[in-house]
Ligand binder design. Structure first.
Ligand SMILES: Nc1ncnc2c1ncn2[C@@H]1O[C@@H]2COP(=O)(O)O[C@H]2[C@H]1O
Length: 891
């Protein structure tokens, strides 16, 4: 600080004498001029002096007062100056403190600036991180989108592949259908099912992969969102700090400027003392201002801090809100995405499933058609075989029947001969010893001849039986066996011819004997003989037979005749004769038992034809029915022996059958009725027969896996399926594997073969599900259903086996087809099918002619055995032509 000039002047001023000295010197300089004028006026001088003194004193006083005033003022000024000095010092101190503060603040500002730089760096790195995050999220979204598209694409291509595959298979199926290749069709169906399962598996895998991917993506998005949120928070905090710093820097700069201005002004105030007061005032004012500014700054700082804080809070809230919104938007987007993917996948899956279902149903329908076709084809093929078999069987039966009749006739002859023999003997006993002996010898010769013929017949019979056996064994074989059977048939026909000729010979012999007997027994007329002798015996025998009701009446009657003869002879004969006759009897018994055996065998072989034969016996007086070949001739030759025999036949007729009745609820009856109308075997029964069958059936419930029928067992029941599925399988040979040959479904009948053909079970039947079955006993089936079913099967089997389309069917399938056939008749010109219409039947012409036309053009003609209408069923298309009956047609 510069020394104050005022203070040096002040130091010189105190001390009145010194002042007077100076004044005196100034006055002294004037007194020599007054003394030179003393002479001029001392008084004057004195007076002047006194005046001067008075004035001086007055002036002095004034001066003193003035001096006092000045001194007071000086003192005041001095005080003021010291005050101001103090104020200056204070200001200087203030300035110093301000400078220190400014320095501190600038230090802080520098620190903050470097901090700001760091923050800025962090901020920019955060921004980069956020950008990277955003990019990653975008990338993830793209990837997600791509993957979804890929999956969609792969699903579409899988579906396209499937469709293609199905098309292929469909075509193959159709091809197989056309070719009638059942195995191939089943193989295709199996493959199709496998591929469907595989596809479902692939779809499942795809869905799983998609679900995993969606889960992973969700986790990644959640992680990224968290990171983003954290970085956003950091970023906001840093931005707040940076803003605060900027404001603080601005304040500091302002303060620095103010301090600099103050310092400059303080320096300037030091240079001029005149300006000190003003400066001081200014300084004070500035100081006050500064203080105010400081206060304001403090206030502003705290306000700014508050504002900063609230702003930070606001920003943080906004960011949080924005983050939440973003997160929720991401979640929503993600959910939407997942939903759309799920729905896309579901729809694709649904589409695929629907496609598959359609495909499967289409294929099933085709397959069903194919199966039906195959079944009908197989049935026809089988029926062709069966036709041959049936023909053969019929021929064999006829041969057997002829043989049997021969046997019977022979037996009758034996009986007659025995009677004649006895008669001859009694005649001889009555006095015609010589005639009797000759008769006996003749009779013996006749007997011998008969025995020879019988043995020839037996051997022929055996031959026939062997042939029949060979033929029966060979029956399961196909064409080769048929040829063998045909050959066998020819052989058997020859044998039958032989047997017939033998029988004719025997008949001739019998006639010869008869004439001989007639010639020998002129005494007793044949009528009397029959009425008096034969009828009583036969009536007695038949009555006994009816009483005992033996299972096999022939041996019983033979036994009875034997015992009768023995008892009668016993009565008449002498002991020697008895002995002799016992021997003869033994011989004859042996022969008869042999014959019995043969007859039994013949009867056994002819079991199937027996009812028919019986029926024919019963209906022998019915002129409308055609008797079997050879029957009329025999009937003519053979006397109608007795009324009792007819009575026996009538008694044995169907009237004897009493059907079983098993009580059922109405609900059971309804179910059963619904079941039977579905079955071809029962659908044609009239109401009465249907009610008998319903009454006779019993409900059976079988669990999955149960073997209902075992191949090779004897069987007395057939079954109708109400619900459930069963497999029919056949085992070839003892150790052969079982092969499923048929799947039986509701409405199907199984177990009928054993009843129809009186043979062991041809297949095993296993329940594949829990089943409800209805069981029908053999007797009811035989009496109510068998005849019609058998007739229908036989009738159409012969016909179906000739239809080329059905040549691949086996006998069983053909028999099933025969069950399902319905006869339709058409008159001349009647349309059987019409071009363009939908078709659900195919026709086989049984009798008559048909022509097919397309528009006006005749394209095809059909005769008996030809078939048409199959194309619409195979190709599932409208009828390709119109078919019209030419004349009356049955098909
Ligand atoms: N191919 C077949 N051959 C023989 N029987 C079959 C066949 N398919 C199904 N079955 C049935 O299986 C049943 C087994 O007992 P049955 O022989 O009494 O009657 C048979 C038929 O009803």
């Amino acid at each position: 600080m510069a020394p104050c000039p005022t203070s040096s002047a002040a130091v010189a001023l105190p001390g009145g004498p010194t002042g007077s000295t100076a004044g005196g010197s100034r006055e002294g300089n004037r007194s020599p001029s007054a003394a030179s004028h003393r002479g001029y006026s001392q008084q004057h001088q004195q007076r002047v002096a006194v005046n001067a003194e008075g004035r001086f004193l007055a002036h002095w006083d004034e001066f003193v007062d003035h001096r006092r005033e000045v001194q007071a003022k000086l003192e005041e000024a001095f005080e003021m100056a010291s005050e101001r000095r103090e104020a200056g010092l204070r200001v200087a101190r203030l300035c110093q403190s301000l400078e220190t503060k400014v320095e501190r603040l600038s230090r802080q500002a520098k620190e903050q600036a470097s901090k700001g730089e760091v923050l800025e760096d962090r901020l920019s790195s955060q921004a980069k991180g956020m950008e990277a995050c955003r990019e990653a999220v975008e990338g993830l979204r793209d990837k997600f989108q791509r993957n979804v598209q890929d999956i969609g694409g792969s699903l579409v291509s899988a579906r396209a592949e499937l469709t293609e595959d199905s098309e292929r298979r469909h075509q193959s199926l159709q091809e197989a259908m056309r070719r009638g290749d059942r195995c191939l069709a089943e193989e295709f169906f199996r493959k199709l099912q496998e591929s469907s399962e595989k596809l479902s598996g692939n779809l499942q895998v795809l869905e799983d992969a998609l679900a995993t991917f969606v889960r992973q993506t969700r986790v990644q998005i959640a992680d990224l969102s968290e990171q983003l949120e954290a970085r956003g928070k950091d970023h906001v905090a840093l931005r707040g700090q940076a803003a605060e710093l900027c404001k603080f820097e601005a304040h500091i700069a302002a303060l620095q400027e103010e301090a600099a201005a103050l310092a400059a002004r303080a320096d300037a105030s030091e240079t001029s003392s005149g300006e000190q007061a003003r400066l001081l005032t200014t300084l004070e004012t500035k100081l006050t201002k500064l203080q105010d500014a400081c206060a304001r700054f403090d206030g502003r700082t705290s306000a700014a801090e508050e504002a900063l804080e609230s702003r930070s809070q606001q920003v943080a809230d906004q960011f949080r809100e924005a983050s939440e919104q973003t997160a929720s938007a991401i979640v929503r987007a993600r959910a939407d995405l997942a939903d759309s993917i799920n729905s896309a996948v579901a729809s694709v899956r649904e589409d695929s499933k629907e496609g598959l279902r359609n495909l499967e149903s289409g294929i099933s329908a085709d397959l069903q058609v194919l199966r039906d076709e195959l079944r009908s084809g197989v049935a026809l093929g089988q029926d062709r075989l069966q036709d041959v078999a049936v023909e053969l069987r019929r021929d064999v039966a006829e041969a057997s029947e002829a043989s049997r009749l021969n046997g019977r006739e022979l037996l009758a002859l034996i009986e007659e001969l025995q009677g004649q023999f006895l008669e001859s003997r009694s005649e001889a006993r009555r006095g015609l010893e010589d005639v009797a002996s000759s008769t006996r010898s003749e009779a013996q010769a006749g007997m011998d001849d008969l025995k020879t013929q019988l043995s020839v017949l037996r051997s022929d019979f055996m031959e026939v039986r062997m042939q029949v056996k060979a033929l029966t064994d060979a029956m399961p074989g196909v064409d080769e066996s048929c040829l063998n059977l045909r050959r066998g048939l020819n052989d058997s026909a020859t044998a039958a011819g032989k047997a017939q000729s033998t029988a004719d010979d025997a008949a001739a012999e019998t006639a010869r004997l008869q004439s001989f007997v007639e010639a020998g027994s002129l005494v007793v007329s044949s009528t009397t003989y029959i009425m008096d002798l034969l009828n009583p015996v036969l009536e007695e025998m038949v009555a006994e037979c009816i009483h005992k009701m033996p299972k096999d009446p022939v041996p019983f009657m033979l036994d009875w005749l034997e015992s009768k003869r023995a008892s009668e002879e016993d009565k008449k004969l002498s002991p020697e004769e008895k002995e002799k006759l016992v021997k003869e009897n033994e011989e004859l018994t042996g022969k008869v038992s042999k014959l019995k055996g043969q007859v039994q065998e013949a009867a056994k072989m002819a079991t199937e034809s027996a009812p028919a034969a019986d029926e024919e016996e019963e209906e022998e007086e019915d002129e409308d029915d055609e008797p079997p070949p050879g029957w009329e001739k025999d009937m003519d030759n053979r006397a109608r022996t007795s009324v009792s025999a007819e009575a026996y036949g009538e008694w044995n007729a169907k009237k004897a059958f009493v059907p079983p009745v098993h009580i059922k609820s109405d609900e059971q009856k309804e179910r059963l009725k619904g079941c039977l109308v579905k079955s071809f075997l029962f659908s044609n029964l009239d109401t009465n027969d249907l009610n008998i069958v319903i009454g006779a059936m019993t409900e059976v419930q079988e669990k999955t896996g149960t073997r209902v029928i075992n191949q090779g067992d004897n069987g007395d029941f057939l079954f109708v399926i109400e619900s459930g599925v069963l497999d029919c399988s056949i085992k070839k040979g003892e150790d052969g594997e079982e092969t499923v040959v048929k799947k039986c479904e509701p409405g199907d009948v199984f177990g009928e073969l054993a009843l129809l053909y009186n043979c062991p079970r041809a297949a095993s039947v296993d329940a594949k599900e829990d089943c409800v079955l209805w069981k029908l006993d053999r007797d009811t089936f035989n009496h109510i259903v068998k005849e019609a079913a058998e007739k229908k099967r036989q009738r159409y089997d012969a016909f179906l086996s000739k239809v080329p389309l059905l040549s691949s069917m086996d006998a069983y399938e053909r028999s099933q087809l025969a069950d399902a056939l319905k006869v339709e008749t058409f008159e001349q010109g009647q349309k059987v099918i019409t071009e363009g219409e939908e078709g659900n039947k195919f026709y086989i012409i049984e009798d008559g002619l048909c022509v097919a036309t397309k528009g006006e053009v005749e394209v095809m003609s059909y005769a008996a055995g030809d078939y048409f209408g199959e194309l619409a069923l195979i190709n599932n298309k409208p009828r390709a032509a119109t078919v019209v009956a030419k004349g009356d047609v049955r098909g």
